[in-house]
Design a protein around this ligand. Sequence first.
Ligand code: MSP
Length: 509
Amino acid sequence: MEKEKFYVTTPIYYVNDVPHIGHAYTSLACDVLARFARLSGKDVMFLTGTDEHGQKIEQSAKKNGKNTQEFVDQNAVFFKDMNKIMNISANDFIRTTEERHKKSVSYFWSKLEKAGAIYEGKYCGWYCVRDEAFYAEDELTEQGKAPTGADVEWVEEPSYFFALSKYQDRLLKFYEENPNFVKTRSRYNEVINFVKSGLMDLSISRTSFSWGIKVQGDEKHVVYVWLDALSNYISALGYPEDANGLYRRFWPADVHVVGKDILRFHAVYWPAFLMAAGIELPKTIMAHGWWTNDGEKISKSLGNVIDPIALVNEFGLDQVRYFLMRGVNFGNDGNYSRNAITVTSNAELANKIGNLLQRSLSFIYKYCNEAIPNILDIDAIYQQTIMQNIANIVLDNKIVMDNFEINKFLENIITIAEDANSYMENKSPWSLKNSNPSEMNKILYTMVEVARYIAIMLQAVTPDSATKMLNQLAVPIEERSFLHLSKEYALAGGTKINHPEPIFHKIDI
Ligand code: MSP
């Protein structure tokens, strides 16, 4: 049987700046979804990349006294490095200045043109370079700023327009028929209200600067950076030629993960472009919230930007990955603080999970001849309440992850660890060493079998540490996917283990 496919994307990041916690967070969430899907046996395409055209990038290059191409080449490297440092398992990294992307965008434009969705005109209105967005007069704040607080400027220039207004009804019908198209629920409603309030045609080319993809046949114009950028989701798959069959295999995307600030582009403009080009729409747009730093909005002017690489250096990679996924309901805003990351990591990774593994393995190492205890009646192990609870949690974890509730997935794992730690306290295997060694073996075996479940699941979020756990438990490499979360693959009694070493260090407060 052919494997089910899963296609997940991050937004592509502007290269005017170095990566910050927001970029790391979006990529990390996608990474967890991708790893979860691979562990579930799916064929996964995970795409990320950089957004390198437009006025903002052109201006930043100038400000830095650099040639624009050199500037983007240099900055794109920081994002590739971030992926390595954060252990992001993307299958491809697309840059919008690549030939493969430019060709694809030109073709996509010609499809929109043939569909009669593009016309020539003149744009007179507000433009915000920081957001790379056009704003209507009534969207501006009292101080005359963009709704995001950024400066706007008045623009008058010849422009091509996309006939967005023609798609209003089709979009509304589509949302109604696909209630899961935008997640979460409140964001879905927000999108519908925006579209209901009336859509204006969208300017899709610029003429007052040149850093972009030239409009074929009218080279004074460059393609509007958002039309250019959104197309990355299909250009990277090889649209339209599809020489490697990736487009056929993976499109439509299962989920575009985006921050709440760029929802409109993904949930309104992108589907309208695709409708016009006769291309299937992505299945879900998942909008996540924003991080604040000690309760304050993160911004360069406040000087409180968080460098994800510094966090990893200070707290450890899996500690950071765990905290970012655990510290907030995916979709809501989250608050970063040194205290929060320290407390979460110490209380859950070190004290609950680390403790379970370390105590049970040390005991086994010492009292069971350095080998997993032999169990004659594995059914008796699995009939215990603790193992039955785990079976339910494994099922529930599939449901919560289909819903992108990464923090619930982790909460479930922590519940298992807590249960196992209380099980150990209640049963006090240490007291049975002489009086009832077979009962002691049963308890110890149960503990490490529980740890096996935890480690297999944790591979989605803290892959390095989970691998170390599985190595300590001597789980064969080919038995580490979700398929192996069952009695049939229970730990083999008699398997030798190495001297157990703590996996999650405690962070000093
Ligand atoms: N280039 C566009 C996306 C084009 S996708 C076709 C863009 N780039 S960005 O670099 O500005 O932002 C990328 C992502 O980072 C967005 O999803 C944004 O929401 C996210 N974040 C930026 N700051 C953030 C926080 N403080 N917290 C969480 N995520 C934030 O937009």
